[in-house]
Design a protein around this ligand. Structure first.
Ligand code: SIN
Ligand code: FE2
Length: 218
């Protein structure tokens, strides 16, 4: 007699979902089914628009290195933060947003209750060990109606998710390769940041964490 209690489907882990706000969610491992296509697409974006260091309007150099893709890319310099259709490093338009980025963005947003999410900006951050992102709000976008979809790859990070004032207490959430965070609606303007990345080696990405945030900026 064959015991056929478990089909293939039963053995797959369901996606674990952690709620971190009224309209904010961590979708554990959500990007993993796309990860190979995602990394290939990322390579091609980075060939056209390599990571670069950026200066803040306050005169600091950001410890994470940045790139962008899509209709609008995000840049920072001594004059301020802005979205622009042109990559100042190449004086050409930013690379096109890869199909995989759209697919993950739409699927993750929809799993978090935001239908029909169509991003026009993909910001890509690379963190070497020690790099961090101070608490900030994402508010350079024209409207706050659309959510932010944030994909983590490579080394783990501790993500801080706070309130609406910089001084509000923050939740600390560990993010791993393939995790996707979605925040929008009443949580869209929450302060958030990344603590300094701990040294380590990731089997796929080496000594690096990459974060991709997909946004509707224009
Ligand atoms: C960001 O807030 O732009 C990046 C967040 C992250 O790296 O997880
Ligand atoms: Fe942000």
């Amino acid at each position: 007699m064959t015991l056929d209690l478990f089909g293939e489907e039963d053995l797959q882990q369901p996606t674990r979902i952690d709620r971190i706000g009224q309209q904010a969610w961590v979708l554990r491992g959500f990007a993993l089914p796309w990860v190979e296509a995602l990394l290939a697409a990322l390579d091609s974006v980075l060939l056209q628009a390599p990571f670069r260091q950026m200066q803040t309007p306050g005169g600091y150099i950001m410890s994470a290195r940045l790139s962008s893709c899509g209709d609008l890319g995000w840049t920072s310099d001594g004059l301020g933060y802005r979205y622009s259709p042109i990559d100042p490093a190449s004086a050409a338009p930013w690379p096109k947003m890869p199909t995989t980025f759209y697919e993950i963005a739409e699927a993750a947003a929809s799993a978090a209750g935001f239908a029909d999410f169509l991003p026009d900006a993909g910001l890509i951050n690379s963190y070497a060990p020690g790099a961090k992102m101070s608490l900030h709000q994402d508010k350079n976008e024209r409207s706050y109606e659309a959510p932010i979809v944030s994909i983590s790859l490579g080394l783990p990070a501790i993500f801080q998710f706070g309130g609406f004032q910089r001084s509000d207490p923050t939740q600390r959430i560990s993010l791993f390769h393939g995790d996707v965070v979605v925040w929008g609606g009443v949580d869209r303007l929450r302060f958030h940041g990344v603590l300094p990345i701990k040294p380590g080696h990731h089997p796929v990405l080496g000594e690096q964490r990459i974060n991709i945030t997909l946004r509707k900026a224009g």
